[in-house]
Design a protein. Sequence first.
Length: 93
Amino acid sequence: MVKIVKDIASTFKESVVANTKQMEKRANQKAEFSVKRCQELAFECGIERTVDNVYAMSKLFATEFQREFFCGQLTPELRLGFFNKWCRDNNLE
């Protein structure tokens, strides 16, 4: 009986570890996708492909909130203006 309980506990622990790894992998994939989507939208709205702008994007898109906000219901003109204002406010012009 003790062996059966130990086997069940071991199997459960292995399942938890596997599920945790899978959830972490999915979260990382989602973050990677959202960063790429933000970059696409940034370049589409007219942000120039310069080292300084790419560096600013890495800072702006660091948090999930900022990525969601940037990808939200903004026009290309608003995205460009928002990015430029964010860069000025953060001394990244």
